[in-house]
Write a new protein. Structure first.
Length: 272
């Protein structure tokens, strides 16, 4: 039986008129476009390193997607290293993914109903001493297949790519990867390393979220529809359609362009 969770104040997006809320809704629009043909139902959300905003992005995107009428949404915490979805949303950590994969509970017993009718959550469960092996198991592969039949979209939060092998393992189990990059922190070399790792695992990089960009974005850039902006979040809402999954060269050139743009904006702001 699916567990019920009563109202929790964290299950809300920023105000719909705020730039942050608008950025996540713009990202939702891009995700809805890319999932229209039903071939993409499971999306991994990851980052190069810790503390770059992947879990925040996963939670807020799940909340935004759950506002779509009759759209069945699941948020799955597969970060079995340092999981935080349960604490941010006010849920118990266990039972969750670990217990499901170890056969201690069935799927419904490890799944949480939220106050949002369209949104369910599977927390990480208790930490395992062999997380990568659990995520690489046939049981996890079978679980994803079952979830495909029950939901329109599954967002999978994972550990970062560079410190752990988990995200690389997961990238081969999902339909696409959304990479979260923190402005001013994520290094270009790390992005290149992440893309090379994902490419070696034959993963499809769907797009990028540029997070925590606090500088003003000129209207001429916004009008080109490269950015949805806010004081905390800038979402590359159309990068889903701009990044080639087959070419690291295109990917790296794209980011060189983005870094150059933002560096110019930073210089302008500092001069002011």
């Amino acid at each position: 039986m699916v567990k019920d969770k009563k109202h929790h104040s964290s299950l809300t997006l920023p105000d719909e008129k705020s730039p942050t809320g608008e950025a996540y809704r713009a990202l939702r629009t891009s995700i809805l476009r890319v999932t229209q043909d039903k071939s993409i139902k499971v999306i991994l959300i990851t980052s190069a390193n810790h503390y770059e905003g992947k879990t925040t992005t996963a939670i807020n995107l799940a909340l935004a997607m759950s506002d779509v009428p009759r759209f069945r949404m699941l948020l799955l915490d597969s970060d079995l290293r340092y999981p935080t979805i349960h604490s941010r949303l006010g849920f118990m950590q266990s039972p969750g993914l670990t217990e499901i994969l170890e056969g201690n509970v069935d799927l419904d017993s490890g799944m949480i109903n939220t106050e949002k009718e369209n949104l369910k959550v599977v927390t990480s469960g208790n930490l395992s001493s062999y997380p990568a092996e659990l995520l690489e198991s046939e049981r996890f592969k079978d679980l994803i297949q079952v979830l495909r039949s029950r939901f329109d979209l599954i967002l999978v939060d994972s550990p970062p790519v560079i410190p752990y092998s988990d995200a690389s393992v997961l990238s081969s189990r999902v339909d696409g990867v959304l990479l979260v990059v923190q402005s001013g922190k994520t290094r270009r070399e790390d992005i290149q390393q992440v893309y090379a790792t994902l490419r070696d695992n034959q993963a499809t990089v769907l797009g990028v979220v540029l997070n925590r960009q606090k500088h003003f974005v000129p209207g001429r850039i916004y009008k080109r529809q490269l950015f949805g902006y806010s004081h905390k979040v800038i979402t590359l809402v159309h990068s889903i359609f701009l990044i080639s999954k087959d070419s690291q060269n295109i990917f790296c050139k794209f980011f060189s362009h983005i870094y150059e743009r933002m560096s110019r904006v930073t210089r302008i702001v500092k001069r002011k």
